[in-house]
Design a protein around this ligand. Structure first.
Ligand code: G3P
Ligand code: MG
Length: 264
């Protein structure tokens, strides 16, 4: 039997069928810079990334901003539930000092700031809608509306994803033209049907849940497969052999990937 070619020379689908790059920088630049800040995006871009994942919420006065946790404490100088603050309050916080002295004073970016970065660098964006529990529909609809407004003059749309089916449903109601992906950290009964009912283009699955059966099920119904958070070269090689289209990673340094991932 002939040995398989190295993973970076393999192709599993015609490149034109998956509209985005294969590699996505998680939260901007993984752990190398404060997550979900412009500093992280700039660092990810310096490492060659052309596609970025980020988490987005809505402030108390309706501004879409990048943020992961429900509460402000871990990654900012603020206190309390992030979405309960106005943008005037959030914009004053230090979202970099927790990470390292060189990033002290780094602000929380708005989605509009990140859209500008994407247009300037020609980057793709995966916007994970991250509602505060109980705010799912409001956050989904508001993030979709703002995304549609920001990208109105562009042809390549960001991919909206969420663990929240209510948020994705609301996003579809507001901006049905934006591609959607259901995020899965477990394969709950009916997960495939749910992805199809939401009109998703892709699913984004925690990588230990993936195997050839799951991937075949998804491809058979025309859904693309993305996986998070892939920080190990052996795992990445296997997922690529299996035909996974998108890999979200914290590992920015190409030298850490012996075979050199294809960043585009
Ligand atoms: O979108 C994939 C990944 O970001 C989901 O997990 O907690 O890092 O937002 P989390
Ligand atoms: Mg995320």
């Amino acid at each position: 039997m002939r040995p398989e070619p190295p993973f970076h020379q393999q192709s599993f689908r015609p490149p034109s069928s998956w509209p985005y790059p294969r590699w996505w920088a998680h939260r901007g630049a993984g752990r190398l810079a404060p997550e979900n800040t412009l500093a992280a995006f700039r660092l990810g871009a310096r490492h060659g990334f052309k596609a970025f994942e980020c988490d987005v919420k809505i402030s108390a006065d309706g501004v879409a901003f990048l943020f992961h946790d429900t509460e402000l404490e871990r990654t900012t100088s603020g206190l309390g539930v992030a979405e309960e603050h106005t943008w005037a309050q959030l914009s004053q916080l230090d979202a970099g000092g927790w990470h390292s002295p060189e990033h002290v004073g780094e602000p929380i970016p708005t989605l509009s700031d990140i859209a500008r970065f994407c247009f300037e660098t020609g980057s793709d964006l995966n916007i994970e809608i991250k509602p505060t529990p109980g705010h799912d529909a409001h956050t989904g609809a508001s993030v979709a509306l703002e995304t549609a407004r920001l990208w109105a003059q562009h042809t390549r749309m960001p991919l909206l994803s969420s663990f929240s089916t209510s948020a994705l449903e609301a996003a579809r109601g507001t901006a049905p033209h934006l591609p959607r992906a259901l995020l899965l950290d477990e394969l709950v009964p009916g997960w495939l049907e749910q992805s199809l009912e939401l009109g998703c283009s892709a699913v984004v699955i925690d990588h230990p849940l993936l195997d050839t059966t799951v991937i075949a099920q998804l491809h058979a119904v025309g859904l693309f497969v993305m996986s998070y958070t892939v920080n190990d070269v052996d795992v990445a090689e296997q997922l690529m052999r299996w035909g996974v289209e998108g890999l979200i990673t914290d590992v920015m340094d190409r030298a850490a990937w012996p075979a050199g991932p294809q960043l585009r």
